[in-house]
Ligand binder design. Sequence first.
Ligand code: 87F
Length: 613
Amino acid sequence: MLTRLLLLGSKRYTSLLPLLASGSVAPIQNILLSANSLSKAGLPTLLSQQQQRHKMASTEESNVPAPAPEAEKPVAEQPAAAPPAKEKKEKAPKEKKEKPKKEPKQDQADGKKSGGGAAGDAKGGLGLKNSKKDNFGEWYSELVVASELISYYDVSGCYILRPWAYAMWEVVQGWFDKRIKQLGVQNSYFPLFITEDVLNTEKDHVEGFAPEVAWVTKYGNSTMDKPIAIRPTSETVMYPYFAQWIRSHRDLPLRLNQWTNVVRWEFKYPTPFIRSREFLWQEGHTAFATQEEAEKEVLDILELYRGVYEDVLAVPVTKGRKSKKEQFAGAFYTTTVEAYIPETGRGIQGATSHCLGQNFSKMFSIQFEDDDRQKQHVWQNSWGLTTRSLGVMIMTHADDKGLVLPPRVAPKQVVIIPIPKANTPPEMVQAMMDKVSEFTAALEGAGVRVVTDTRANYTPGWKYNHWELRGLPLRMELGPKDMDNKAVVLARRDTGAKESVSWDDVVARVPALLETIQADMFAAAHARTADCTEVCHSFEQFMTALSNKHMALTPWADEEEIEEEVKKKSTTPDAMGAKTLCLPFEAPPLPEGTKCFYSGKPAKNWALWGRSY
Ligand code: 87F
């Protein structure tokens, strides 16, 4: 086995296990748990590490709306529920070259009891037409519309974030905002518009991005004297004011963040959440007296980005530094969290935390007087996380029945569905509804986000499909048998597993099960990513890894020209070239004499490569 592996050279991580035993390769957890970066060590296994982190903190960060009002009303009092709104057919972007291959599905089947409908039948009913495995792109476009996250808009590359999506963004915001404030960052708001002169202050860095800058050239029927840019990022907006506000070391550190939209007129194929011309993000911009303080913050923020992905969205990421070629041109260096989508075999940048060094402070003259009354340029960082994070989460977890939401980001975590039968006596129906109200209140009291679906004119099967499509982590069913047994049935969205839980245990069991689901979803995604990362020591192995839709981890001499060459050489008629995703912070040992997989020169570090978004 060992010989075969050595001959093969290019190995999937799973097949590295015999080598690990021999001690010649660091355990894969060391690499992939970089993800977890829990060198906070002492936590022996992946799961125990996760369990540490996946203790549900559901109450703490709940900022989602209360359950729908009809939930509280007994079924008899409810007005007849409207059928699912017949929405106008979703429009795909207009520009021809950007048109998705298939237009997204219009709306859901009518599951009304009297209308026949397709309740309970995923194929004919609410399920998706496309499959994740067979036609990923169409599946994703259909999914984001059918699950009511997105509506297409008639400006190409722009999307409406519907409440279900926005509520998830609010969870991410709440989680991150609280933690950056704990670090001492303050929120602020700077204007959307940038004059041409100011934008040109950092001409060198903007140059490469210039084609993406959108300009306002008219107001009413008049032409602007000077066009005004719409912010694609806010370095040039903020730093002139940093220069005004910072005078002495007592004004430092200055640590600002803003939650805004930005516009980048992308020409690449747009994809909801993943690449759009307007998107939401946070951008942090900070200034320090010393390099040490700035560099510490770069990593503190990167760790929070890891937390957003792994602890909230249950998406494994690799932390690392960007190569010179891939870093932000204005940065001293760029750190990143990189995720991976197995179905497309593509890496995706999750968020970046840049150390800007003194590059911008020199350009914008941001100086402070130190203790010795000497003028010094400040050290700066900038860092950003966008709504792309939701797209990565959706792509990672959703399946052919719809979204599968990790409990921590799910706007609603449990749907309670009473299931009266046609012959259930009215007193029992009433008792059932009372029980539903009782559980709703008790679970909400325990910090669980609950919705009840007591609509009388939809079949249980239709409701199951409806909530599955929207990705709710847990369904609680309460039928006549359960009433007799004083129990409920809990059904997991991620695995489909069902369990019967006695009424006395429900309020303790539900939060615990949500915590388990969160940990299990992360573990499953982590295992998939691990299985799709190959260690490669030659270009041939590298190309095999790419054709397997995997990422490649290679020894590398860190040469920009080589990266350019690899990109060209790995471009095929069907696929874009590969680039370095990052130089991972946690990687196997690199023994003296290890050669770069491409140039054969002495390797300086490991690089993680992949085709990417
Ligand atoms: C597009 C047009 C103009 C990216 C652009 O990553 C300028 C830019 O400067 C541009 N696209 N960038 C780099 C953004 C760097 C940095 N800004 C703050 C971040 C995080 C948040």
